[in-house]
Design a protein around this ligand. Structure first.
Ligand SMILES: Cc1ncc(COP(=O)(O)O)c(C=O)c1O
Length: 460
């Protein structure tokens, strides 16, 4: 009988993060200053980030020690389990061996605390009293609210207005962890007021909420900004997921042929995939593992966006990053995977997609929710709609293995549970989900508004 739950004891928890920048055949393109468009210097980021995180952002050191106090907090819910999806394999009648790494065991219900805890700690060390951030559906806002509470920091969350009203429970959770939560666009920042002046009914977007949170942090000396995805240091903190999975596969005596993870800003996917990809790049991997990033067809950043410099936010406060993007003014349709509705993608994930090390696929909502139903019925866990994208891709790999009669080993990143997404699942069960794919004209319009950066020394 195969082990269904591969448990890693706490004393085997990774004590250093893995930094893929040490193993990149081609270095990533530098960030550019939002105004001068010159390569960014570290001091340009000090108004919103502590130097320790800025150093991690540009570090090429392969291993970075996890501070003891951060480890201590992570041990409250880590290592997370690696499950063998025996019942799902049976339901699909596949010879594939399917595993999933479950991040829903964190108190906030997703992988997001892995970086929230680290970011709160480094800011606390730097003497910061308050963090500001944005959140879409609320998973990141919850994680940071909890982490701030644990380290005695105030937390200010700008929550995209449509979710603030439609998904009130995560707002309640954030407030239970002691955070201030405000609907974005708000009238407390200039960026918010500008948007409201143009469109008083604006339902907001992550790009707008980021502008508000960055403005808040930049205008107060006691406050820094924290981002829940995209940036190199966030992906670094998430590497605990893949490092644990490697140790768990060693216990199971197995190794993945394919790894599937959903991609919003890219952090859970990179967290799971990069330790394995690093092994492959160094020529140390047991197999030629394939990596598959999965996104919604309504926000198809990797599959239909362009790899070029863009801002991270609507007000153009953030540095320019070279990444796959749909354009910082892109307004995604109101799909239920709120965490996958960002216009850009982590520069590191983008870089590896551009160079062919990572594949990308996109799905519309109904096939994703069908996969979630199959998974829930077989494995018992209700996945977050975001994570269900990875499940869809994993199931498709298992069906391909069945058609080819191969015993492919599939690893799925199950980034969170869906206990606060029941409205979305109710809509699915009632047959009310729209299969929305982004029309070409909307995509062209958003891409036409991208900044044009002259060919300089920055085109890695
Ligand atoms: C459960 C879950 N999975 C995935 C994501 C996507 O983010 P990322 O691509 O940074 O992992 C989110 C974002 O909110 C999320 O809540």
């Amino acid at each position: 009988m195969p082990d269904r739950r591969i448990h890693l004891p706490g004393n085997n928890m990774p004590t250093a993060w893995y930094n893929i920048m040490a193993d990149m055949p081609i270095p990533p393109a530098p960030y550019l200053h939002p105004v001068t468009q010159e390569p960014l210097t570290p001091d340009a980021l000090t108004p919103i980030f502590p130097m320790s995180l800025i150093e991690q952002e540009v570090s090429t050191q392969r291993w970075i020690d996890i501070p003891g106090e951060v480890l201590d907090v992570l041990l409250q819910y880590r290592p997370s389990p690696l499950h063998r999806a025996v019942r799902l394999e049976k339901a699909l009648g596949t010879p594939a061996r399917i595993y999933y790494k479950y991040e829903g065991v964190s108190p906030a219900g997703s992988h997001k605390p892995n970086t929230a805890v680290a970011q709160a700690w480094y800011n606390k060390q730097a003497g910061i009293k308050r963090l500001s951030t944005e959140t879409g559906a609320g998973q990141w806002g919850c994680a940071l609210s909890m982490a701030c509470q644990w380290f005695g920091l105030e937390c200010m969350v700008y929550m995209v207005k449509v979710s603030f009203h439609q998904k009130p429970y995560r707002k309640t959770l954030m407030r239970m962890w002691g955070a201030n939560v405000i609907a974005s666009p708000s009238d407390t920042t200039q960026a918010g007021r500008d948007i409201l002046a143009q469109d008083p009914e604006s339902l907001g977007s992550l790009g707008i909420a980021i502008s508000e949170a960055v403005e808040d942090a930049a205008s107060r000396t006691d406050t820094n900004y924290a981002l829940g995805s995209v940036l190199n240091h966030v992906l670094l903190h998430q590497s605990v997921i893949g490092l644990e999975a490697q140790a768990q596969f060693a216990i199971a005596g197995d190794y993945p042929d394919v790894i599937c993870g959903c991609c919003g800003g890219g952090s859970n996917f990179a967290g799971l995939a990069f330790p394995f990809l690093g092994e492959k790049l160094r020529g140390e991997a047991k197999k030629a593992t394939r990596f598959v990033g999965v996104e919604p067809a309504a926000c198809p950043t990797l599959t239909r966006g362009e790899f070029r410099y863009d801002f991270g936010d609507v007000a153009k406060f953030t540095p320019l990053a070279k990444m796959y993007t749909l354009g910082h003014n892109f307004m995604p349709a109101g799909i239920h995977a709120g965490g996958l509705r960002y216009h850009g993608m982590a520069p590191l994930v983008s870089h590896f997609v551009r160079d062919g090390h990572i594949d990308a696929v996109a799905y519309t909502q109904n096939p994703v929710f069908e996969a979630a139903a199959l998974f829930t019925r077989a494995e018992g866990i209700l996945p977050a709609p975001e994570s269900s994208h990875a499940i869809r891709a994993g199931i498709d790999e298992a069906l391909k293995a069945k058609a080819e009669n191969k015993d492919t080993v599939i690893l799925i990143g199950l980034s969170g549970h869906g206990f606060l997404d029941l409205g979305a699942y109710e809509n699915y069960l009632e047959g009310k989900l729209e299969d929305f794919a982004l029309p070409d004209a909307s995509l062209r319009k958003a891409l036409d508004e991208l900044p044009v950066i002259p060919d300089a020394c920055v085109q890695a």
